[in-house]
Design a protein around this ligand. Structure first.
Ligand code: BGC
Length: 381
């Protein structure tokens, strides 16, 4: 009898501990950055992991391979913490090949039509690594290099850097790139990008995290609600290259000016949704000026978790994980099925190097490329 009580008591204590562990810490946590080892890449060296924590117990992890964000742990409306991004538990997962989970994408985020462009009268040829097009910087983009990294002096973040040599993946000029992740006590993840070059080159750096705010990637993101502050988007051809037009979202499944469930219109027989197998398009943000301004907000209604995106960029690629097909097993052995995650990639428009009417992505020697995107995590009550 006594033994049975003891067992029941133990089970109860264990459940309570697990519950308390998942919930918001009662006492303020100490913000900080710590470094640990995350394995090594053959012929490229050791990979470090940086863990950023803030006073609310939010935790973000990033590694020097690809400057990848491997996890973001944020609370739901009852204070329960969960990891809200897709990825892997170990380096092997990232090395096996994956669709840019959490990576910094460069030198050029998204597609360049036909894998070529002309700059100052000179033709440049890039890898055609996505059908006829060039995608996310080529065969070995910024996502597949080990970056240098050091904690920020303010103790709130980590600075990654790498120099992409002249001719890498066909791009001109030595490009010195810096990306910092800062976690504030307002639950903001501030991503700062900086680059300089010694020859004119296109640059378009972005962050490619796949969010599933439910914390449970066995469910799709179709029930998440989305608002995008954009009156127009850039429609694409069948190979996902923009046609060059800026088309009003009004009256189309691309109108997210009011919060709308992502799955509400994704299966509509709209040609553009067919091309992308769902949403995989660039929205032309309404934001103006040089400071980060509101771009988009996602809400997961069951947990109440939200993420709000502000940026200095003119566009955002909203991608609904259409090409995930259940062949990748991520953290904890979880199979990532179609639409297990969504990306909000703040950026210049795809194929800008071939579209004179799009804002220019060319960085000139002596000039600085500086962009900022802020992801603010919250809860809706
Ligand atoms: C692109 C998708 C692509 C995905 C993974 C997104 O940025 O728009 O078409 O499948 O990245 O590579």
């Amino acid at each position: 009898m006594l033994r049975r009580y003891a067992v029941v008591l133990c089970v109860f204590a264990l459940c309570l501990a697990a519950e308390v562990g998942a919930r918001r810490p009662l006492l303020p946590q100490k913000s900080g950055v710590s470094k640990s080892s995350f394995g090594s890449v053959p012929d490229a060296g050791d990979v470090d992991m940086f863990t950023l924590t803030n006073a609310n117990g939010v935790e973000i992890r990033a590694i020097t391979y690809g400057a990848i964000i491997t996890s973001i742990r944020v609370p739901d409306r009852s204070g329960r913490f969960a990891d809200v991004v897709l990825g892997f538990d170990n380096l092997e997962g990232y090395l096996k090949g994956h669709p840019y989970f959490g990576t910094v994408v460069g030198r050029y985020g998204n597609r360049i039509g036909g894998g070529h462009f002309t700059l100052n009268g000179q033709a440049f040829k890039l890898a055609q690594n996505n059908g006829p097009n060039h995608l996310h910087g080529g065969v070995k983009g910024f996502d597949k290099y080990v970056w240098k990294a050091e904690p920020l002096q303010n103790g709130l973040g980590v600075a990654f850097s790498r120099t992409s040599p002249d001719g890498e993946e066909g791009y001109p000029g030595n490009l010195a790139a810096h990306v910092t992740y800062t976690l504030t006590d307002k639950n903001e993840l501030v991503v700062d990008y900086h680059a300089t070059t010694d020859k004119a080159t296109p640059v378009n750096l972005t962050q490619h995290s796949y969010f599933n705010l439910s914390g449970d990637p066995s469910t799709t993101i179709l029930g998440h609600e989305l608002r995008i502050d954009a009156d127009r988007y850039t429609p694409v051809d069948a190979t996902l290259i923009p046609t060059g037009e800026l088309v009003p979202v009004q009256g189309t499944p691309f109108d997210f000016r009011k919060p709308t469930t992502i799955g509400a219109r994704i299966e509509q027989p709209h040609e553009q949704l067919k091309f992308g197998r769902g949403y995989d398009h660039n929205w032309v943000l309404n934001r103006k000026g040089s400071q980060p301004a509101f771009a988009a907000r996602v809400l997961e209604p069951k947990t109440g978790r939200t993420v709000e995106v502000a940026t200095t960029e003119p566009g955002v690629q909203f991608y609904t994980g259409n090409f995930l097909d259940g062949t990748i097993k991520g953290k904890g052995g979880q199979v990532y099925n179609q639409r297990a995650g969504l990306c909000l990639e703040t950026q210049h428009f795809p194929d800008s190097p071939n579209k004179p009417n799009f804002p220019s992505t060319v960085l000139q020697p002596g000039k600085e490329y500086t962009t900022r995107t802020v992801f603010t995590f919250g809860v809706a009550r």
